[in-house]
Design a protein around this ligand. Structure first.
Ligand SMILES: Nc1nc2c([nH]c(=O)n2[C@H]2C[C@H](O)[C@@H](COP(=O)(O)OP(=O)(O)OP(=O)(O)O)O2)c(=O)[nH]1
Length: 127
């Protein structure tokens, strides 16, 4: 089973937003870049704007598409499409996640990311 997921690398004041998956989500306790599964008849960009509005209660502007990152879990294959984003309006708050935080690039590898996101965090070090 291949699952296509988009995620947002939201930059603000030179920091990047990380979101911790809550108890009601699979993989709870791990940090991720917020986003979610692409629905049928939805573009990846529309998906991301929708997901961020739902999850963080704010509007984002998509700036740049990054390479695709993949991860094979025991039961599913994730294709993760990250985009560099900026906040267009509102202030992000954790609606579905248990916590959000802003990290400097140099601190990105200090938290426990989902496996695919570790590669994105490493990629961002040299971005
Ligand atoms: N949102 C997000 N999901 C990620 C990341 N990295 C990663 O492996 N995943 C995985 C975890 C999940 O198996 C899947 C995304 O599922 P999700 O639960 O966030 O998606 P969703 O909001 O559409 O959820 P739902 O409608 O099924 O409840 O992708 C990431 O950085 N962000």
């Amino acid at each position: 089973m291949i699952i296509k997921v988009t995620c947002a690398i939201i930059f603000h004041n030179n920091k990047i937003l990380a979101a911790k998956r809550s108890n009601s989500m699979p993989h709870s306790g791990y940090w991720e870049f917020p986003g979610g599964k692409i629905e049928e008849n939805e573009s990846p960009e529309d998906c991301l704007i929708r997901e961020i509005n739902e999850e963080l209660d704010c509007l984002i502007e998509i700036k740049e598409q990054l390479p695709l990152f993949t991860h094979q879990f025991s039961d599913k294959h994730i294709e993760l499409q990250p985009y560099i984003c900026a906040i267009k309006s509102g202030t992000p708050r954790a609606v579905e996640h248990s916590e959000i935080k802003w990290l400097a690039k140099t601190d990105l590898l200090k938290i426990q990311w989902l496996p695919a996101d570790v590669d994105i965090a490493k990629f961002l070090q040299s971005f």
